[in-house]
Write a protein that binds this ligand. Structure first.
Ligand code: GUN
Ligand code: FE
Length: 452
């Protein structure tokens, strides 16, 4: 007979911190968290004293036990609901221009280099490693229009062990000659990409971590015909969808001139079968109330990209209003509109943005941590799989040490677990990330060939 102990691959003993609701962070002290052979959370026991530890382990051998010490704690991995893998090449540069000029001047030339798949592999290795090291265990990636480079990104993500949605970008109009497709090649390559990921997934021995996502860059760069065909592909394969929405006033004006039949920008996506409960819309800075209501009605989620919205002077998204309407919201780094692939930084920018918009209703720590974890999981439709430490969910987590070597955080005698954690959120960085886990397995970064 299979015993409980024989199904367990790892047990953590110590401080566990996670969101139990948008209002509440739970601090579990002397917690025991059991992970099973499939990477799922099998059991959590709270307040286990040293004396009780042996009995509480229920026969699990001590070599599977990880004892957290001092200022170590385990938190759920972060979810980055919007990031452009190729744009890591110019991360930190080019914030002198607004969106449309920024795309023409920096972004499109940088993305055109991904016609070279060797360059793509090199750059993507760095991009994904940096994201993982920053604690992003799940990400919604944009690649480029290039099929072969998209496959490289999937390989890199598989090798490094991140959970991810990967989008082959679609662009068939209003794009430079060096970065444009025909309608036919765009649809054909998207289908080929989906089939490729499905084939890769059929050959692995664990539950797949990588999912293709339908990715019209934004309405400006896709004809109505292409948008419709992508809507049909999403329906046929029941895939998630991502795009950009209401980021910048000039973008909105141009979009409405291209799609006069739609009542507003949000409706452009809805009218082409691209707005449903599997959709992730980035930015949503300048949304009319009826557009937010349409997002809510369709069950779509919003990726809040505060860092990018500051850098490109796009504006400030009203997250409080979105939350009041009970719209799903997560955080996005939007590299390289955002200057860093760090969800900790996205969380900080989100707080600053909310204070700048309205001090009275600004976002509080519990809300920010929720958005970075559970909120993102909901936006990706993964709320039953990841986001916090509930029994039955998969274990995606960060082992944080608030007092690691070279830690940017200083912990003093007077600190409590709450104040230490808050310091990590606002002062910490990847130097505090001692280990990263996805689906119960430690991720080896950078450059590791396979998951342990
Ligand atoms: N809208 C269309 N493409 C992009 C992009 O690459 N980044 C951002 N921030 N907005 C976009
Ligand atoms: Fe973006």
């Amino acid at each position: 007979m299979q015993t409980f102990a024989s199904t367990i691959s790892k047990v953590f003993y110590g401080t566990l911190i996670h969101s139990v609701s948008i209002k509440e962070i739970e601090y579990i002290l002397q917690g025991l968290l059991f992970i099973d052979n499939k990477g799922k959370i099998a059991k959590i026991v709270k307040n286990v004293s040293q004396d009780q530890l042996d009995a509480a382990l229920e026969g699990v051998s001590s070599d599977k036990l990880v004892r957290l010490t001092g200022d170590q704690f385990v938190i759920p991995g972060f979810v980055d609901t919007h990031i452009h893998a190729p744009q890591y090449a110019f991360c930190g540069n080019g914030h002198d221009l607004p969106l449309l000029e920024w795309l023409d001047t920096y972004t499109f030339p940088a993305e055109s280099r991904f016609a070279d798949k060797d360059y793509a592999r090199r750059l993507y290795n760095k991009s994904v490693a940096r994201s993982l090291r920053n604690g992003t265990t799940s990400a919604c990636w944009y690649a480029t229009i290039h099929l072969e480079a998209c496959k490289e990104l999937v390989q890199v993500i598989q090798d490094q062990g991140q959970r991810a949605y990967v989008g082959k970008v679609n662009m068939n109009q209003n794009s430079p000659d060096f970065l444009i497709e025909t309608t036919e090649s765009s649809v054909r390559d998207t289908r080929a990409f989906i089939e490729y990921v499905n084939d890769v997934n059929s050959k692995i021995d664990h539950k797949p971590l990588v999912t293709p996502i339908i990715t019209p860059r934004f309405a400006i760069s896709c004809t109505s015909d292409l948008l419709s065909q992508l809507g049909k592909l999403a329906e046929e394969y029941q895939l998630p969808i991502q795009s950009h929405l209401c980021e910048n006033m000039n973008e909105i004006g141009f979009t409405m001139s291209l799609f006069p039949e739609s009542v507003n920008y949000t409706a452009v996506y809805a009218d082409h079968g691209l707005l449903n409960d599997r959709t992730v819309m980035a930015h949503c800075v300048h949304m009319k109330d009826e557009e937010l209501d349409l997002v809510k009605e369709k069950g779509a989620g919003i990726s809040h990209c505060a860092n990018s919205n500051f850098n490109l002077k796009s504006g400030i998204a009203n997250v409080r209003k979105m939350l009041n309407k009970e719209i799903k919201v997560g955080l996005g780094t939007d590299v390289a509109g955002g200057y860093t692939p760090s969800i900790l930084e996205a969380l900080r920018a989100s707080r600053t943005a909310s204070v700048a918009l309205d001090m009275e209703t600004s976002l509080v720590v519990a809300e920010l941590f929720y958005l970075a974890t559970v909120g993102g999981a909901r936006v990706m439709g993964l709320e039953d799989t990841i986001g916090n430490f509930e029994v039955g969910k998969e274990f995606d987590a960060i082992l944080v040490n608030a007092s690691s070597d070279n830690s940017p955080v200083d912990i003093h005698d007077h600190d409590t677990v709450e104040t230490s954690f808050e310091k990590y959120l606002f002062v910490g960085d990847d130097r505090n990330h001692e280990k990263i886990f996805v689906q119960g397995k430690e991720v080896r970064i950078p450059g590791a060939a396979s998951r342990k």
